[in-house]
Ligand binder design. Structure first.
Ligand SMILES: [Zn+2]
Length: 280
């Protein structure tokens, strides 16, 4: 049975781009007789606002979606620690105390998420307080050998986690980075089809590597096209996309909004990105 998921962080309200992402995941599961899961990614420290999770559920119900809820990330911290310890035992993690400015100054190329960390601290064996812990991607790939993964839309890919450099797996102010937590959660939730926006395409290179290192099942991915605003940028609250909660409380019909999205009737100024959009 195919399980898909929608995994929002309660850092801010959902908007139309989130509705689109949830509907894509929901409908893919439904079309295949599977299940659609909601997971609250609530480990973003100070930015996380627990009250928003209840709002998210009200938003999804208002859109006419049905879901099964999985445990929130805050209940899974032991799993993240255990995985990090096993990577540490493999000699694949090292501490990094570089600041964002130092990384920007030292970076020699840009990657999917900005300046690529050049590996300044690679090989460090101390454990300074307040360090972030990075994955030695080169050593990890040497251990796993070449890896493949498959996106339903873009087709088979060779995993190229080196594109983003040595990513942070344990953050200074949070129990785990997005990469580590989401990979472990999708395995724990038996998500066989990972659906998310194309802006996260490059993250899958890293997630495939983590799956190989940690002996996790390998899902198929479905990176859907993003909704864009009039400037061709991804919809975002800070650029004026009104929240689903505001529209719900204003008495708009959520099911009608979902039906419009499904049939490609987008609001004025909103469009669906064209092309496969492969960030490689
Ligand atoms: Zn460093």
């Amino acid at each position: 049975m195919v399980r898909t998921r929608f995994a929002p962080s309660p850092n801010g309200p959902l908007h139309l781009g989130h509705a689109w992402s949830a509907i894509v995941a929901h409908d893919l599961a439904q079309a295949r007789g599977g299940r659609f899961l909601l997971r609250i990614e609530d480990i973003d420290g100070v930015r996380s606002r627990p009250a928003l999770a209840a709002e998210f559920r009200a938003d999804l119900a208002w859109l006419g979606l049905e879901w099964d809820e999985t445990p929130p990330q805050s209940t899974r911290l032991a799993t993240y620690t255990e995985a990090a310890e096993s990577l540490l035992a493999m000699g694949l993690l090292y501490p990094c105390t570089c600041t964002r400015a130092e990384i920007a100054a030292a970076a020699i190329r840009a990657g999917p998420d900005g300046p690529v960390y050049p590996g300044t601290c690679r090989g460090r064996t101390d454990a300074p307080a307040g360090a972030a812990w990075r994955l030695d991607v080169g050593a990890a790939l040497a251990r796993t050998g070449p890896l493949m993964w498959e996106d339903e839309i873009a087709g088979p890919r060779r995993a190229r986690p080196e594109l983003g450099g040595d990513v942070v797996l344990l953050r200074k102010n949070a129990p785990a980075s997005y990469h580590l937590a989401v990979t472990l959660d999708d395995a724990a939730d038996r998500v066989a089809l990972v659906t998310r926006g194309r802006d996260l395409f490059a993250a899958s290179h890293v997630h495939r590597l983590l799956q190989a290192l940690l002996g996790l099942p390998v899902p198929t991915w479905h990176h859907h096209a993003l909704l864009l605003d009039a400037n061709g940028e991804k919809l975002a609250k800070r650029r004026g996309s009104s929240s689903l909660a505001d529209r719900r409380l204003a008495g708009e019909d959520g099911r009608a909004i979902a039906a419009d999205l499904r049939s490609g009737r987008f609001p004025a100024g909103v469009s669906l990105a064209q092309g496969v959009g492969d960030p490689e």
